[in-house]
Design a protein around this ligand. Structure first.
Ligand SMILES: Nc1ncnc2c1ncn2[C@@H]1O[C@H](COP(=O)(O)OP(=O)(O)OP(=O)(O)O)[C@@H](O)[C@H]1O
Ligand SMILES: [Mg+2]
Length: 338
């Protein structure tokens, strides 16, 4: 029998996971039920993959969709179970694997007994078809952790669980996690666990909306707003291709530097103001840790906007998008001794 640790985080915009051999998943958190004729079409298309779970067929990770996740998600629902089963199916490799799972919840949900109970109920045997290929696996144990604990593990340990130089998990860290839907501010140390926490309902979806509006105002004849109805596509084109496809050609990222600077600056300032207004004591943290996909973009500006004396203490975690699942995997191998 194959035993392994898998980590999973089904977040606002995306589903993320990590397991042995550096295998990871990261895809939009969107799902829709499909019909037999959709599936027939898909058989001629190598890129498409449909999943079958409990007799129903599903398409997941639909590009361009902004995700069906969100803070209000129902962890006890059949839909959540389906998303859970499909995400795991993407991470198993062999028949009948036995999974010890670490699941990452937003810090603000971690004291919610009914959510933890719902997630623990997901233990059991699964049968999922990926296309026509059957996968069976068993979730034997589940440990639920708060997302910033994942970042902390990613920061202080390497992927083999060895301590990295100069970082002490017992010290107190301030984690700033900029995602798609929310920005989470959490104080954490391994000895005292989670401390103060706060959530801003402003993150990369808002960032992209603001930037899109500014670009649209700068180029009123380029039809930008209509061409980018999905903010995720706007974000993706700027990140992957450094340009936007608009009426009459392209807008290169170098043409909108002022707009990007403005949005970066305003967003970083709001994060700082929020921390400041709530009286967070920056000097009590060993480091301020930046994580989540948004921090890749905001790192430089945050370092400029936050008081200069903390400049050297602000660190961007490795691989900010997958830092949580990687950290949970490291935790899981220690915790489950696998
Ligand atoms: N491959 C990538 N490399 C770098 N940044 C990326 C990549 N893919 C997505 N991003 C950025 O990550 C951002 C989303 O962050 P993240 O994946 O941490 O959100 P999330 O965890 O799904 O959302 P939330 O935390 O709100 O639930 C996007 O705005 C995008 O700019
Ligand atoms: Mg996140």
């Amino acid at each position: 029998m194959n035993k392994k640790v898998i980590s999973l985080e089904l977040a606002n915009s995306s589903n993320k996971g990590f397991t042995t051999n550096n295998k990871s998943i990261y895809y939009p958190n969107s799902i829709r039920e499909v019909t037999d004729s959709d599936v027939k079409k898909a058989l001629s298309d190598k890129e498409s993959k449909y999943y079958t779970y409990k007799g129903k067929k599903w398409e997941v990770g639909i590009p361009g969709a902004n995700g069906t996740g969100g803070k209000e998600r129902d962890y006890g629902s059949q839909l959540f179970e389906t998303q859970f089963a499909i995400a795991l199916c993407k991470l198993v490799e062999y028949e009948q694997e036995q999974i010890s799972l670490v699941y990452g919840l937003p810090a603000t949900s971690i004291y919610n007994e009914s959510i933890i109970k719902s997630i623990n109920k997901l233990c059991g045997k699964y049968e999922v078809y990926e296309g026509i290929r059957k996968r069976t696996f068993t979730v034997e144990k589940i440990k639920v952790l708060a997302q910033p604990i994942g970042t902390l593990f990613s920061l202080v340990y390497d992927i083999n669980g060895n301590l990295r130089k100069g970082l002490d998990p017992r010290k107190k860290y301030l984690i700033i996690d900029i995602g798609w839907g929310t920005t989470d501010l959490v104080e954490v140390s391994l000895t005292s666990g989670l401390g103060e926490m706060d959530t801003l309902n402003e993150a990369m979806s808002d960032y992209n909306r603001q930037l899109l509006n500014l670009v649209d105002m700068k180029y009123p004849d380029k039809n930008v707003r209509n061409l980018y109805k999905q903010l995720y596509d706007f974000d993706n084109d700027l990140r992957e291709y450094s340009s936007l496809n608009v009426r009459g050609g392209q807008i290169h990222v170098s043409n909108i530097q002022d707009e990007i600077k403005q949005v970066n600056h305003e967003f970083a300032k709001r994060i700082y103001d929020r921390l400041n207004a709530n009286g967070w004591d920056f000097s009590s943290y060993n480091n301020i840790i930046l994580t989540g996909g948004g921090c890749k973009k905001l790192e430089k500006t945050i370092k400029q906007v936050f008081p200069k004396q903390y400049g050297n203490d602000i660190l961007l975690v490795d691989d900010p998008v997958l830092a949580n699942p990687k950290g949970f995997y490291i935790f899981g191998r220690k915790h489950f001794r696998i």
